[in-house]
Ligand binder design. Structure first.
Ligand code: TRP
Length: 450
């Protein structure tokens, strides 16, 4: 396939893998994973989440990489190029819409992280503020104006990177910071296990309450979490795959991304839940969980402020390489579709997304009475629609396109599997298993919307 003029290419194989990993590892692994796992009862949820990653996630990562590399275009353009005039491109359009929605609230939460980082930098949170860590958090997020500054700052950083181009912007940055975050999470989880809540925390994460499996809620939540955490279902990995030339072995790359991403989530769980029980908190406390638990943990370590500083800094960096991939999906589409320059597209779209995020931020405070879906506030509702509906739906269409819109031999060749057993297993998963499971999860959760 011919390349569109002015498109980037990753400089090396490593550049692509690091970018895909940087996209996957972010707030989804720490902030979202811990509170969603906490709200859904722990181990049973974790089990379903991991099963979905294996039978749905990895096969669809492969599909996105394959489609992107073959078409050398953005989330929408790739479908137009490979299947002109066919309706498959709705997956791409859904993806662009999801990018706007997800980044709108992602910027809000990442802003909170950035705020915490600066509070560790200045020393404010090295010991508990007079009102305590929880009230400090609540009074910050309910403040009608203060969070905007931090949301704006984070979005500005995201725009700045996409403005110069993802390749220049992130190809190298994550080579150092992501491993550091991994090491820090491991150290903190070992420490967390010594705080007295190890037994309860481990039981919560690894001893399933089988009765929870009868609740359709947890399947939808696990599916949404799998897609969100893997950056899947909205063409982010199609877009990144499209900056790839032919030398990469896609199956290895797909499995590495999934294994790394899942490991980050599990280690984050090992860090949070023992601490939650040691502190006598409720695992189902919701989106504020990390912000309310971790400062207490740092407080209990001598010079723990250093850990707080590193934790929020590295998490902000991880969030940045994820937010960049979200913005890039929309920017790449607008550049091609409307012939905008990269600079114009990143500035305009970044600004629009910042504005869309404002209600999510206000929903923590002055607009907290507004509940849209099943008692969820504005931020949670947008997250629910984008992550639990749009992403799996996009993934369903991508799976069907790969499984049924490609000739078998083409799919095997374009994915680098060739005529191997693994290749045939992948085709079986992508043709039947992934679509049927996504469909069944949707079916079982009709009725959850009110
Ligand atoms: N996966 C990222 C995280 O865990 C978030 C993210 C980045 C994302 N790009 C995405 C989610 C594309 C869905 C689709 O923080």
């Amino acid at each position: 396939m011919s390349n569109e003029p002015g498109r980037e290419q990753w400089a090396s194989r490593l550049g692509f893998i690091l970018a895909a990993m940087g996209s996957a590892v972010g707030l989804g692994n720490v902030w979202r994973f811990s509170y969603v796992t906490g709200e859904n009862g722990g181990a049973a949820f974790l089990l379903i989440y991991m099963a979905f990653i294996i039978i749905i996630g990895i096969p669809i990562i492969m599909a996105e990489f394959t489609i992107g590399r073959k078409a050398q275009s953005d989330a929408v353009g790739s479908f137009e190029k490979l299947a002109p005039g066919k309706p498959w491109k709705v997956a791409g359009l859904l993806g662009v819409a999801a990018a706007f929605l997800i980044l709108s609230f992602y910027g809000v939460i990442a802003g909170w992280i950035t705020y915490y980082f600066t509070n560790y930098l200045t020393g404010t949170l090295w010991s508990a503020p007079a009102e305590g860590y929880e009230s400090f958090f609540i009074s910050f997020i309910t403040n009608p104006t203060k969070p905007f500054f931090w949301q704006f700052l984070f979005m500005a950083l995201t725009v700045a990177i996409v403005f110069v181009g993802v390749k220049k912007g992130i190809e190298r940055s994550n080579k150092i910071l992501m491993p550091l975050l991994g090491v820090l999470l491991i150290v903190l989880s070992i420490y967390s296990l010594t705080l007295g809540g190890a037994q309860k925390g481990l039981a919560f994460l690894f001893t399933p309450d089988w009765t929870a499996l009868t609740d359709p809620n947890i399947y939808l939540a696990a599916l949404g979490q799998a897609f969100f955490s893997l950056s899947l279902g909205m063409g982010a990995l199609i877009t990144y795959g499209s900056y790839l030339s032919n030398q990469e072995r896609l199956p290895g790359a797909a499995v590495s991304v999934a294994v790394l991403d899942t490991s980050f989530a599990i280690v984050a769980g090992l860090m949070i839940f023992p601490a939650v029980f040691a502190l006598g908190m409720d695992p189902a406390s919701g989106p504020g969980l990390v912000f309310m638990v971790m400062p207490d943990v740092f407080d209990s370590i001598g010079f723990g402020g250093i850990f707080g500083l590193l934790f929020f800094f590295l998490l902000a960096a991880a969030a940045l390489s994820s937010s960049v991939s979200l913005l890039e999906v929309a920017v790449a589409y607008f550049i091609r579709k409307f012939s905008w320059s990269r600079q114009k597209a990143s500035l305009i779209i970044g600004s629009i997304i910042f504005v869309i995020g404002i209600p999510s931020s206000l929903g923590q405070g002055v607009l907290s009475d507004i509940q849209i879906i099943g008692g969820r506030d504005i931020l949670d509702s947008i997250d629910f629609i984008a992550s639990n509906i749009f992403l799996p739906l996009g993934g369903l269409i991508i799976a069907l396109f790969m499984g049924w819109g490609f000739k078998k031999a083409d799919a095997l060749r374009d994915s680098d599997f060739g005529e191997t057993t693994l290749g045939h297993i992948w085709l079986f998963l992508i043709k039947f298993v992934a679509p049927i499971f996504i469909f069944l999860v949707f079916l079982s959760s009709i009725g959850l919307f009110n």
